[in-house]
Design a protein around this ligand. Structure first.
Ligand code: SF4
Length: 211
């Protein structure tokens, strides 16, 4: 598995926002979203090969319960991802697996966090397969305009997931843009009774790497 970085921070998004967490960021992604906020991890060359045992040993240095496996896109390493989840589950960690939901991997996270991309890669069959898994699930959709938000709302209504676990997130890699997007997205979310997915890492650190 090629790893871009492993670091301690607080979860910036979703139902566990604010929870101290160790982030395992893989290098490499099967999509190429123009607005990617972790572009430094998109290429496999941006990381170094690590054995699953070495990753687990690194994680053990931190005394936190939550582990976030993110990227890049973790599901491009299906075998290692499976092993990593098993080993982290065995030592009592709560895994959040962040995925763009374009590839299905039958592993066992505590929370499956789906972030399908409206126009870059939306695979309904894979999303539904992921939503049928026996673990907690959330969907976070990045939107760039009111039109995106309306589209996202329509698409998510078809899915079998509690509404409180669906978030619309501003397409914003900087604090200024986040604040500008929130100005129209928060009223949209209030009007349509859907959660606004603020991004703490952007608001606190302007999406600085390793935080
Ligand atoms: S799927 Fe995620 S990591 Fe991959 S390019 Fe898109 S935003 Fe970046």
């Amino acid at each position: 598995m090629i790893i871009n970085e492993i670091f301690l921070s607080v979860q910036g998004e979703g139902i566990y926002i604010g929870s101290p967490s160790v982030f395992i960021r893989v290098a490499g992604c099967n999509l190429d979203c123009p607005w990617c906020d972790t572009a430094y991890a998109k290429a496999p060359e941006s990381g170094k090969e690590m054995l699953v045992n070495s990753i687990v040993n690194e994680v053990k240095k931190y005394e936190v319960e939550h582990i976030v496996i993110t990227g890049g896109e973790p599901t491009i390493y299906p075998e290692e991802l499976n092993k990593l989840c098993d080993k982290l589950n065995n030592i009592g960690k709560k895994i959040t697996l962040e995925t763009n939901s374009t590839i299905f991997v039958d592993c066992n996270p505590h929370l499956l966090s789906l972030s399908p991309k409206l126009y870059q890669g939306w695979y309904e069959e894979i999303i539904n397969k992921n939503l049928s898994k026996n673990c907690k699930k959330q969907i976070k959709i990045v939107v760039n305009s009111i039109e995106d938000a309306i589209d996202a709302l329509k698409r998510t209504e078809k899915f079998d997931i509690e509404k409180e676990n669906v978030f619309l997130m501003p397409n914003a890699a900087t604090r200024d843009k986040h604040i500008r997007c929130a100005a129209w997205l928060v009223p949209f979310c209030c009007k349509n009774n859907i959660r606004f997915g603020g991004r703490l890492q952007t608001l606190l650190w302007n999406s600085e790497r390793g935080k």
